[in-house]
Design a binder for this molecule. Structure first.
Ligand SMILES: [Zn+2]
Length: 340
């Protein structure tokens, strides 16, 4: 099969890779209908994470089940399925509490690499969620978005306790931040403010329910949030970047007693203890337990109540993955969908 490999900073190639096989009786093999490039794929692409040997890429996936292992019972060949970036049994105590991305048996799907024609998905019964029927083609981008960016934005909004009567601020105008806006709207937030300087992203944020746009960053951005909230700060802040600046902007934009939902993959963030102590802010986040939300998100998409697939503004054949990465790296594209 064809699959994407990262050889080093900026060096993405689509090459022949071994066809995946059932290795464990709990595995499934799926044929990818759609896959995509994640904002977090840009960290190794930009050289922030060291690449020792050619590394399979991709952890977002939607596709059709080809084959299942002997112990798989709920998932069957022919089903259209969506799963998340950590395989999980969905039965252990941590999974049952709703934290499938910390499942005691979790396996990172990123190590398998789903920017490919086929992928082996471990713990298929726990990991995969089948759609009620084979979806029409126009729903595929939205179902793919549920695999990570929508589920992650949704978790951030839930962790930030977005809801009726709340003012929600969103730090980060990438796909996750934009879908955090969508999630906050669905959860009933009254006012949704996004920090963004990009015209096309501002426009999509408004379509998804943003009521206010703030172009300033850092402490100036925080001051704009205070202007909008009688000096108090937002009730709920979604952090969808993962840098020191974005994390402090999120904490400082939150009112005492408010909540930060942080889902940007943390890179060299160090929190000042004393400031945190006196902030009275709740912090909750981490790798989103997307599996918790998948059944609900798939239902909303199949009923066409939400359209998260609009975050894909570049649609390429898998063979052109390198251009898909470049476009996101240069911020010419919000998110690249790849067709195997
Ligand atoms: Zn588990």
């Amino acid at each position: 099969m064809r699959g994407t490999l990262l050889y080093g900073p900026g060096d993405i190639r689509v090459e022949e890779r071994p066809d995946p096989k059932i290795e464990q009786p709990t595995d499934a093999v799926i044929r990818l209908v759609a896959t995509c490039v994640c904002g977090s794929d840009l960290w190794p692409y930009r050289g922030a994470d060291k690449v020792e040997q050619p590394m399979p890429m991709g952890h977002e996936y939607a596709g059709v089940v080809e084959e299942v292992g002997s112990e798989v019972s709920a998932i069957r060949p022919g089903q259209f399925v969506v799963g998340s970036f950590f395989a999980s049994d969905n039965t252990c105590e941590i999974c049952r509490a709703g934290y499938q991305s910390s499942c005691v048996h979790r396996e990172p799907v990123g190590a398998i690499g789903t920017q490919a024609q086929y992928a082996r998905i471990p713990l298929a019964d726990g990991t995969l969620v089948a759609t009620p029927e084979t979806p029409s083609d126009d729903l595929v981008p939205s179902l793919l978005a549920a695999s990570d960016v929508l589920g992650t934005g949704w978790f951030a909004a839930v962790a930030a306790e977005a809801g009726p009567g709340k003012t929600v601020a969103v730090v980060g105008d990438g796909a996750v931040g934009l879908l955090g806006v969508l999630a906050a709207r669905q959860l009933g937030a009254e006012r949704i403010v996004i920090f963004s300087r990009h015209e096309s992203r501002q426009q999509l944020a408004r379509e998804y329910g943003a009521t206010d746009i703030v172009v300033e960053r850092g402490d100036e951005g925080v001051a704009r949030i205070e202007d909008l909230t009688n000096g108090l700060g937002a009730h709920s802040v979604i952090e969808a970047v993962g840098t020191q600046e974005s994390m402090m902007q999120a904490i400082r934009a939150t009112r005492p007693g408010g909540h930060v939902g942080y889902v940007g993959v943390s890179h060299d963030v160090a929190l000042p203890g004393e400031e945190l102590f006196f902030s009275h802010v709740h912090l909750h986040g981490g790798p989103a337990p997307v599996r918790r939300f998948l059944p609900e998100l798939i239902d909303l998409i199949c009923r066409r109540e939400i359209d998260p697939g609009k975050v894909f503004d570049l649609d390429l054949p898998l063979q052109q993955a390198a251009e898909g990465y470049r476009a996101m790296d240069e911020r010419r594209a919000i998110k690249t969908l790849l067709r195997p």
